[in-house]
Design a protein around this ligand. Structure first.
Ligand code: FES
Length: 69
């Protein structure tokens, strides 16, 4: 699925960058070129970043709980 139609950037490409440590829309713009034309994809990229951050926090909480138990 395309995230950025203007640049033909896919969800898979965005996920790969986020997994590699990219944590802001500005960084996605710089590294992928997504979101630099019409900007309509920026909100979705922000949601993807937020979801990834929540997953990371949830994983850390699970890990902490298993250490505490
Ligand atoms: S859809 Fe990404 S800049 Fe237009």
């Amino acid at each position: 699925m395309y995230v950025c139609l203007c640049r033909g950037i896919t969800e898979k490409q965005v996920v790969k960058k986020i997994t590699a440590g990219v944590n802001s829309v500005a960084e996605l713009q710089q590294t992928l070129g997504a979101g630099v034309e019409c900007g309509k994809c920026c909100d979705y990229m922000q949601e993807m970043l937020r979801a990834a951050a929540l997953e990371t926090v949830a994983a850390l909480l699970v890990e902490k709980r298993s250490v505490d138990d």
